[in-house]
Ligand binder design. Structure first.
Ligand SMILES: *Cc1c(COP(=O)(O)O)cnc(C)c1O
Length: 385
C-alpha cells in the first residue's frame, strides 16, 4: 500500500501540470470532441483520440480522485448511476448471482433487481451489518458483493475488511458505493475492496450544480471499463462537468470539516429533543455500529436520519415549518435539506428495509450552526402533540 499524500494537497494540486497548459493556474476546459493525429504515428495509444474515450480535462479530475482514493486509476462518468451500472456490468455475465446490501441506493437496487433480471442475473439482498450475512447468502455462481457503507437512509455500515476477506476466500469481487464518507474519510481499496464508486453530484462537486460520477480501482480493470462499458454505453463525463468537478474538489476538505462539525452538533441536539425518538448518525456514540465506523472511517459527513415521535402528520408539520432546510432529494451540496424517507416509500418496501414511517433524512449544509439549530428547534416545537 503506498503512503497517501495529504488530501488538501491532492485536492488543490493533484493531477495538474501547469506546463501542459501554458502555465494556466486552472486547467482549461478541453471543449473538443476530437484530437488531430500525428500522420507518421497515427492513433498511438498514448494520444488522445476522441472525447468519448478520454480528454485532458477529464484526466485531471480522474488523477485527482484516484490519488484521493489511493487507487491506481479513475474514470469519470456522466452520473453516479452511470458509474455504478458500468461498474456492475464490468463484473457480471449472464447467469451470475450478486449479493447486495439491503439498504442500497434506490436506483442501484432497481438496476440490480429489475434491470439485470433480463440477463438472467440474480441478486440476494442482505442486511449486511454482520459479515456473516454475506457468507450465508453466497451461491456457487456468486460473482460480486455490492456494498454501500454507510448507507444513505439508515446509515448502516458493513465491516469492509471482513467482507473483503470473505470475498477473497471465495473468489468473489467486491464493489462499494463510498459516497457518504467521500475519499477523504474512507478508503475502501486500502481495506481490500476491488472497485469504488462515488456520485460526484454530492460532496465531490459540492455545489448542487453537476450530475457526475466516478469509478476508482485497478488500472487493468479501469482500462477495460474505459474501452467497453464507458465507451460503448457512451456514459463519459462532459469536459465542462469535469472542470466544475475539479473546482469543487479544491474545497472538499474544508467543506467536509464544516459539514462534519455542524452535523455532529445537530445530531447531539436532535438526540436531546423530546419529540425525537432516535437519531441515526455514525458519528454519535449511540449509533449501534459506532466502533466499526471509527475503525474504518476517519470522519463523518453531513447526512443523517431521525425518527419523529407521534402520528404521521407530524412529519408534514415539521417539514412545512422549516424555513432554512429545503425539501429536496439530493445531498452533499452547500445547502441544508430535508426529505421524509418513510413517507415517500411504499409500505411493503419500508417494512422490508426496516424503515420507520416517520424516518426523516436531513443533510446538514454549510450555513451557521445557530441558524440551523434554530430552524430545527422552532419546527420541532410545532410537532408536540
Ligand atoms: C445520488 C446517489 C447516487 C446516484 O448518483 P447520480 O449522480 O444522481 O446518478 C448513488 N449513490 C448514492 C448513495 C447517492 O446518494
Amino acid at each position: 500500500m503506498k503512503e497517501k499524500q495529504h488530501p488538501e494537497d491532492i485536492c488543490t494540486h493533484g493531477g495538474e501540470d501547469y506546463t501542459s497548459y501554458h502555465g494556466a493556474m486552472v486547467p482549461p476546459i478541453f471543449q473538443n470532441s476530437l484530437f488531430v493525429q500525428d500522420k507518421k504515428h497515427p492513433f498511438d495509444p498514448e494520444n488522445f483520440v476522441y472525447t468519448r474515450m478520454s480528454n485532458p480535462t477529464l484526466q485531471v479530475a480522474e488523477k485527482k480522485l484516484a490519488e484521493l482514493e489511493n487507487a491506481e486509476a479513475g474514470l469519470v462518468f456522466s452520473s453516479g448511476m452511470a458509474a455504478i451500472s458500468s461498474g456492475i456490468m464490468s463484473f457480471v455475465s449472464s447467469g451470475d448471482h450478486i449479493v447486495c446490501v439491503e439498504n442500497v441506493y434506490g436506483p442501484t437496487r432497481e438496476f440490480l433487481e429489475q434491470y439485470l433480471h433480463k440477463f438472467n442475473i440474480s441478486v440476494s439482498f442482505v442486511k449486511g451489518v454482520c459479515p456473516g450475512d454475506f457468507e450465508s447468502a453466497l451461491q456457487p455462481n456468486t460473482y460480486l458483493i455490492y456494498l454501500e457503507s454507510p448507507s444513505s437512509f439508515t446509515m448502516h455500515m458493513q465491516d469492509l475488511t471482513e467482507v473483503a476477506k470473505i470475498a477473497t476466500r471465495n473468489n468473489i469481487f467486491t464493489m462499494i458505493d463510498n459516497t457518504w464518507a467521500t475519499p477523504l474519510y474512507q478508503n475502501p481499496i486500502n481495506l481490500g475492496i476491488d472497485l469504488v464508486a462515488h456520485t460526484a453530484s454530492k460532496y465531490l462537486g459540492g455545489h448542487s450544480d453537476i450530475v457526475a460520477g466516478v469509478l476508482l480501482g485497478s488500472k487493468k480493470h479501469l482500462d477495460s471499463i474505459q474501452l467497453r462499458e464507458r465507451a460503448l454505453f457512451g456514459s463519459v463525463m462532459d469536459p465542462h462537468q469535469a472542470w466544475l468537478l475539479i473546482r469543487g474538489l479544491r474545497t472538499l476538505p474544508i467543506r467536509l470539516q464544516q459539514h462534519q462539525q455542524n452535523a455532529l452538533k445537530i445530531a447531539e441536539f436532535l438526540e436531546q429533543q423530546p419529540t425525537v425518538d432516535c437519531v441515526l448518525y455514525p458519528g454519535l456514540s449511540s449509533h449501534p455500529q459506532y466502533e466499526l465506523g471509527k475503525r474504518q472511517m476517519s470522519g463523518y459527513s453531513g447526512l443523517m436520519s431521525f425518527v419523529l415521535k407521534g402520528s404521521a402528520d407530524r412529519v408534514d408539520i415539521f417539514i412545512q415549518q422549516l424555513g432554512v432546510f429545503q425539501l429536496a432529494c439530493s445531498w452533499g451540496g452547500f445547502e441544508s435539506l430535508v426529505i421524509p424517507i418513510g413517507r415517500g416509500m411504499e409500505q411493503d418496501m419500508r417494512e422490508k428495509l426496516g424503515i420507520h414511517p416517520n424516518l426523516i433524512r436531513i443533510h446538514v449544509g454549510l450555513e451557521s450552526l445557530d441558524t440551523l439549530v434554530n430552524d430545527l428547534k422552532q419546527a420541532l416545537e410545532k410537532c408536540i402533540e
